[in-house]
Design a protein around this ligand. Structure first.
Ligand SMILES: Cc1cc2nc3c(=O)[nH]c(=O)nc-3n(C[C@H](O)[C@H](O)[C@H](O)COP(=O)(O)OP(=O)(O)OC[C@H]3O[C@@H](n4cnc5c(N)ncnc54)[C@H](O)[C@@H]3O)c2cc1C
Length: 432
């Protein structure tokens, strides 16, 4: 049995290097450029590509992937320790080749893509020559994928897609859209939906609006969430990804990893807010002492640290479980627990950081309100918190045996009767 919290010293050296590199080389880009996804912008490439080259040379590129795809096959635990550093910066995941949604899209292309699909879409995606979009949510339904209506119908050696997609992140820069559609409305949605690769620029594919999150004004990241319309969009039959009727299986491959990776990065975001909160507390002077000397402020700092560390342990344990089982399905409840816990941890820590900064905290001269929006984003993207709580509760309850008696098994009279049956009567005064 092994049970410990030590990081392998060799890997710790890598983490220390990553920490310095992100702090000194990458975080400044967050202040200068609008979006890591804008791969055609010369200024972005001038600054980003040399840093990506350094990461590749250091053998830290695309660490979420196995060596056969140019990654390191590190596994989720090492990835968690890396991602909690990368989560501090908007550009860092792109510099390390593991940015969402491309990382998840690459995973499904790697798993289910044909050799031609891999050559045409996966290879340039892994090289960050292009970026991609995952289009599942529709204007009339997101949390419940069973009510999606975008339809693909077979026409000779093509499929023809009609419908609308909503909140397709980074759509304005994407070269292709992995799109989930109904291919057979006469069977259960679990068997009647399929995934297609739809290249950007295909006739009939239009962006109705590029929707942006509220409040993203200062240093706007430049990528929105596409409201997309598909009108008689024709794609060749070989653009089906993962076989007809397999959309749910394909989506799960991407979402398990996507959710835990978001959680890893959220630790980094929450740490950033915590560090700001602490710096402000020890810096801001009152007539008598600093903010840090006030017990109510100390309580905010203590609560934030406890919540962050609790969450981090849950994430690391889940990452360790994924490595151990090598199957997301077996860790479903743990991933849902992480996903459900994540928004509240970030929200509460950021809200306290705002409060401690006073008026300054609410301005667009600080990143805190944007981080507060992020806490809501992670409560929705990849499924709302409520749905993950339902999954968690269902999985937990599956393991519980109902009582066959009128009163519960833990009813004290019943427990006492069982204890008496095991040990017989006990005279508590005997031997006194
Ligand atoms: C920043 C961001 C990026 C996103 N990127 C993408 C993307 O790239 N591709 C993509 O396809 N989608 C994307 N989404 C969409 C995301 O997956 C959906 O927002 C999410 O699934 C919820 O769907 P909805 O917004 O339609 O809300 P609804 O489905 O209308 O749900 C609204 C609320 O109803 C409640 N609710 C819903 N179902 C239940 C239930 N069963 N039990 C209890 N309460 C429930 C929850 O409180 C939920 O928040 C993104 C979302 C955000 C915010």
């Amino acid at each position: 049995m092994s049970w410990g919290f030590d990081t392998d010293p060799e890997f710790q050296k890598e983490l220390d290097w990553i920490d310095e590199f992100v702090r000194n080389e990458i975080e400044p880009l967050d202040m200068l450029l609008d979006s890591p996804y804008d791969v055609t912008l010369p200024e972005r490439n001038r600054l980003v590509k040399p840093l990506q080259k350094i990461v590749r040379e250091r053998k830290l590129w695309a660490c979420h992937l196995g060596p056969e795809l140019g990654g390191q096959g590190y596994g989720q635990l090492k990835l968690a320790l890396m991602n909690e550093i990368l989560g501090r910066s908007v550009f860092a995941p792109t510099i390390f080749g593991c940015q969402a949604p491309d990382s998840g899209n690459a995973e499904i292309l790697a798993h289910y893509g044909t050799p031609e699909q891999k050559k045409k879409y996966l290879e340039p995606l892994l090289d960050n020559e292009i970026v991609s979009t995952f289009a599942m949510t529709e204007p009339q339904g997101g949390a419940d994928p069973l009510i999606l209506t975008t339809r693909a119908e077979r026409d000779g050696d093509h499929w023809v897609i009609n419908g609308e997609k909503w909140f397709a992140s980074t759509a304005n820069f994407a070269s292709f859209f992995i799109t989930m559609v109904v291919t057979d409305p006469n069977v259960s949605a679990y068997k009647g939906m399929s995934m297609f690769i739809v290249p950007a620029g295909t006739p009939g594919l239009e962006m109705v609006r590029d929707v942006h999150l509220a409040g993203r004004k200062y240093n706007n990241r430049g990528h929105g969430h596409g409201y997309m319309r598909y009108t008689n969009v024709r794609v060749p039959a070989d653009h089906l990804l993962g076989g007809e009727g397999n959309a749910f299986v394909v989506a799960q491959t991407r979402l398990g990893g996507g959710r835990i990776h978001h959680a890893m990065r959220t630790i980094g975001e929450a740490r950033k807010a915590f560090a700001m909160m602490c710096e402000r507390a020890v810096s801001r002077q009152l007539k008598r002492g600093r903010l840090a000397d006030k017990q109510l402020v100390q309580a905010m700092i203590a609560d934030s640290w406890i919540e962050l560390e609790q969450f981090r342990l849950l994430v690391l344990r889940t990452a360790w479980l994924i490595d151990k089982h090598n199957d997301y399905k077996l860790v479903r409840k743990d991933i849902s627990a992480v996903k459900a816990a994540m928004p509240k941890v970030l929200h509460d820590i950021v809200a306290r950081a705002i409060q401690i900064h006073g008026s300054l905290g609410l301005t667009n001269e600080m990143p805190l309100v944007e981080q507060l929006v992020s806490s809501f984003v992670i409560g929705l993207a990849d499924g709302p918190t409520e749905v993950h709580k339902i999954t968690l509760a269902k999985e937990l309850l599956k393991m519980v045996t109902p009582s066959t008696e009128l009163f519960p098994a833990y009813h004290l009279p019943a427990r006492r009767a069982r204890a008496l049956a095991k040990y017989g009567p006990v005279d508590k005064t005997a031997g006194l």
